[in-house]
Design a protein around this ligand. Sequence first.
Ligand code: ZN
Length: 91
Amino acid sequence: MLVSRLSEESITQKAKENWLSYWKYFSKSSHEKCSVPNCAKNHNQAIFVADPNDQQESIYVVPLCAEHGNNESNQLEIQDNVELVPIGFTL
Ligand SMILES: [Zn+2]
């Protein structure tokens, strides 16, 4: 599935790691790999994305490896079975 990557200039590396902890906490999957299809690396950070087909424009967290997490592209292809965890849950 294709998702839009949200602007994240103000998000530090440490924050991306914290968002990965958030994703692990709320997702029901124990998926250890990056969300990009055919990427065999383990995820080590998470970023914000939006589903272009979502009318409510919710923001979701998805886990990625360092290489894909730091990629500057606006759109990102991720595996269809990756669990999108909405931001806004309270820890
Ligand atoms: Zn990757």
